[in-house]
Design a protein around this ligand. Structure first.
Ligand SMILES: [Zn+2]
Ligand SMILES: [Zn+2]
Length: 494
């Protein structure tokens, strides 16, 4: 028996000063104790040093394979000029075997405000495969060496040296990913699990597959699930329902794209981008989505689709709505990102029972009247982005996530972004913020009887922070102190 004690325990929406310890056996919470047992020698003790104990936090949308992979690769977030980018590649190059993944690239941060040209990339890395990915993952640039190899592999891409978007971006990224062996794939997930623990999470949802026809290494990862120190909730990220059924997947999709991103001007919006004629792209027709979602629904699969602009969200939600009216099943289909929603669209989402899986950090980075959203959408529309409070107040079960590797896998950052949303009308209370990362998230994966709260009979998953979110210290002082998964102290900074 394990006795977890000397902490403040968050139970049923508040810290309960009467609970002195939690008794854990075989990974499960057996009892919440109001008094410490007389003889502590009978127990294996975990002393939480008076820190604040939350239910294990759950991030409901990550790309952990890429996150793990990129944690071991070249990060371009500090680059401020084309020369910085080239210098960073030059420094990384001697350690490269065959492929160099450079990520977190943001041309808007560079003084030149552009991607490097292919000739510039070739000048520093002519003989290994290089991919340089934009921070939102929706566009990329490769060198000539990689371009030749892609062509030799029969992948049709333009080789004149432009930035790749949409399908070309996907094909290129997945060719790079597919070139890794089983051991490196699992190593990426092990790295990702450590980053999740450090970020304060006991469970993370992760996408597996090329967002096209392949479910990638889903079977490999499923086979090794019990070897990780956290729970991974898997998504077959593909349109291939047959392949997903074959490996026993009960969930399909993720970032299978209804549209692109605001940053790449490919998110599908009703009104044109500010000062431009374009309205983004719907990547697939209504009938394509109807066939796919109806088929998955027929096989009782939960569906998740990436949709960012209001036009794309409505496209997917309308199909969920039809199903809710004609063949309702409690599958909890998802609108991944669900960034741009006016009141009318929120009402439609409420009616369809769809679950928005949203990213607080998107508002943190791009929200506000002088932020990026406002600059490309106008201030009025920028206030209709990432509407956490409006959705919760309509009774929609919003879930929170990082979309890691797009934003950091860090519970302190995510909770803070929710409490301090750029739009005061969309700020959450501490209780609401905790709920979307615990109870709602567990419900999303149909795991509400397994975890998501501190309660007798549930899995002994706890995230221990050095602060009370109802009365937090300055952001820089907030720390993850420990993560306990199924009663085991997997991350210890106590
Ligand atoms: Zn995603
Ligand atoms: Zn996405």
């Amino acid at each position: 028996m394990i006795l977890i004690h000397n902490g403040h325990f968050y139970i049923g929406g508040a810290f309960d000063p009467d609970i002195k310890a939690i008794l854990v056996q075989d990974g499960t919470i057996r009892a919440l104790l109001r008094e410490l047992p007389a003889d502590l020698n009978n127990y294996e003790l975990i002393d939480l040093k008076e820190h604040w104990v939350y239910p294990g936090f759950i991030d409901t949308h990550t790309h952990s394979f890429e996150g793990g992979l990129y944690s071991l690769m070249l990060d371009l977030s500090e680059a401020l000029s084309i020369q910085d980018v080239l210098d960073l590649i030059t420094i990384a190059r001697p350690g490269v075997k065959e492929h160099l993944f450079a990520w977190n690239f943001d041309e808007l941060k560079l003084k030149e405000k552009r991607f490097p040209t292919r000739a510039e990339l070739d000048s520093v890395i002519p003989d290994k495969n290089l991919i340089l990915r934009r921070m939102d993952g929706h566009s990329c640039m490769i060198n000539s060496f990689a371009c030749n190899n892609l062509e030799n592999a029969g992948i049709k891409i333009r080789c004149e040296g432009e930035v790749f978007k949409a399908l070309e971006n996907d094909l290129t990224v997945h060719w790079f990913h597919k070139s890794l062996d089983a051991e490196s794939i699992l190593a990426n997930y092990r790295a990702a699990a450590q980053i999740a623990l450090k970020g304060g999470f006991t469970t993370i949802h992760t996408m597996v597959g090329d967002a096209n026809d392949s479910i990638g290494h889903y079977a490999l990862l499923k086979k090794h699930l019990s070897s990780f120190p956290i729970d991974y909730i898997l998504y077959a990220q593909s349109f291939n329902i047959e392949a997903a059924l074959e490996v026993g997947a009960d969930r399909i999709g993720g970032c299978i794209l209804a549209d692109g991103s605001i940053g790449s001007y490919t998110a599908a919006v009703y009104e044109p981008y500010k000062g431009m004629p374009m309205r983004g792209h719907l990547y697939q027709s209504d009938s394509f989505w109807r066939n796919f979602i109806y088929m998955a629904h027929r096989y009782n699969m939960q569906v998740g689709v990436h949709c960012i602009g209001d036009r794309a969200i409505a496209q997917i939600n309308d199909i969920y709505s039809e199903l809710a009216n004609t063949d309702f099943k409690d599958l909890r289909h998802m609108l991944i990102h669900c960034e741009m929603t006016d009141d009318d669209l929120i009402n439609h989402i409420k009616a369809s029972s769809a679950v928005p899986v949203m990213q607080p950090a998107f508002d943190l980075y791009w929200g506000g009247d002088s932020g990026f959203y406002a600059s490309v959408l106008g201030i009025e529309r920028s206030r209709k982005m990432n509407r956490f409070a409006s959705m919760l107040s309509r009774g929609i079960r919003v879930c929170g996530s990082s979309d890691w590797y797009i934003t950091p896998l860090n519970i302190n950052l995510s909770l803070d972004a929710l409490l301090n949303h750029n739009n005061p009308a969309e700020r959450l209370s501490p209780e609401q913020a905790i709920k979307i990362y615990t109870e709602n998230a567990a419900w999303l994966s149909h795991d509400e009887a397994q975890f998501g709260a501190i309660r007798s009979g549930l899995q002994a998953d706890f995230s221990v922070l050095n602060y009370n979110l109802f009365d937090p210290p300055p952001y820089s002082q907030r720390k993850v102190k420990a993560v306990i998964k199924k009663g085991i102290l997997q991350y210890d900074a106590l």
